[in-house]
Design a protein around this ligand. Structure first.
Ligand SMILES: Nc1ncnc2c1ncn2[C@@H]1O[C@H](COP(=O)(O)OP(=O)(O)OP(=O)(O)O)[C@@H](O)[C@H]1O
Length: 262
């Protein structure tokens, strides 16, 4: 059997939300054990694409085309098996505010637990590790509703990490995070990739997006560029999709997206 080098493969994906065609002719392959940033203007279809890759569908959504996860059509996966393999951090995810931080992160272990079975030592260890990674361990007894936006985001990130999945899809993971915790997120993502995890993130913070291995640029429901973050063609496409209101520059071996003021 040939080795599967792509964790996710999307072919001829079209998504319609109500009357609107939101994604058109998407063909995309996400390399295994790499980090990929999905960027593009507001409304380009980034969240819709990420949700489609996770097999999540809104009630008023119609979709055609195919999404393969580790070489198998998403529909062929049981929901439990899929939830063990693919972890998800959504935008504005609804979680009961009166749950404790610890219990929220333990929800990430549900795909690994038997029906009504108590949490195992491995589950508790995964929760503790994830809470420490996002510096949220101190608040484990507090309820989610008592936390600030950035603190809440770190708990939801911990829940996604606690799954210990091979694929991690995140929609705006840096939302509300202060600069040191944005950097922590980047380091965590890099360390996961080194351990073989495939990380895909929708990002508006372009300088963080440029730190990924690969970049997918969406515009008006289409992929207009998919390439290495260090590739000049990617930089040109990035500047162009944002109407040349930004410029990509190098500093100390890193690529930065800066506002163009003139
Ligand atoms: N329920 C809906 N019904 C119809 N159109 C919708 C619905 N939800 C979203 N859309 C439209 O789908 C398009 C893609 O939305 P999506 O959230 O995927 O964009 P995005 O690139 O993630 O945007 P942003 O950067 O603003 O988060 C947008 O034009 C949006 O207006």
């Amino acid at each position: 059997m040939s080795e599967i080098t792509f964790t996710l493969a999307v072919s001829d994906l079209r998504v319609q939300l109500g009357e609107r065609e939101v994604l058109r002719n998407i063909d995309l392959q996400i390399a295994r054990s790499r980090s990929t940033a999905i960027v593009g203007p507001n409304g380009a279809g980034k969240s819709t694409l990420l949700r489609a890759m996770a097999g999540m569908k809104a009630g008023h959504q119609s979709q055609s085309g195919q999404v393969l996860l580790q070489g198998r059509p998403l529909q062929g996966w049981s929901s439990r098996e899929r939830a063990q393999t693919l972890a998800w951090l959504g935008q504005n995810q609804a979680v009961a505010g009166d749950m404790s931080v610890y219990d929220v992160v333990m929800l990430g272990r549900l795909p690994h637990q038997g029906w009504l079975a108590p949490a195992s030592a491995a589950d508790h260890q995964a929760v503790q590790q994830a809470l420490r990674q996002t510096h949220a361990w101190e608040w484990r007894q507090r309820s989610l509703g008592q936390l600030s936006g950035g603190e809440r985001q770190r708990v939801l990130l911990a829940r996604a990490l606690a799954v210990q999945a091979q694929v991690l899809l995140m929609d705006e993971p840096l939302a509300n995070l202060d600069p040191p915790h944005q950097t922590d997120w980047m380091l965590t993502a890099r360390s996961l990739v080194q351990q073989g995890v495939t990380v895909v993130s929708v990002l508006h913070e372009l300088s963080f997006a440029l730190l990924a291995d690969e970049m997918v640029i969406l515009s008006d429901g289409c992929v207009i560029q998919h390439g290495r973050c260090a590739d000049p063609a990617t930089h040109r496409a990035l500047e162009s999709v944002f109407e040349n209101r930004i410029q990509v520059r190098e500093l100390d071996g890193h690529w930065l997206a800066l506002p163009r003021m003139t």
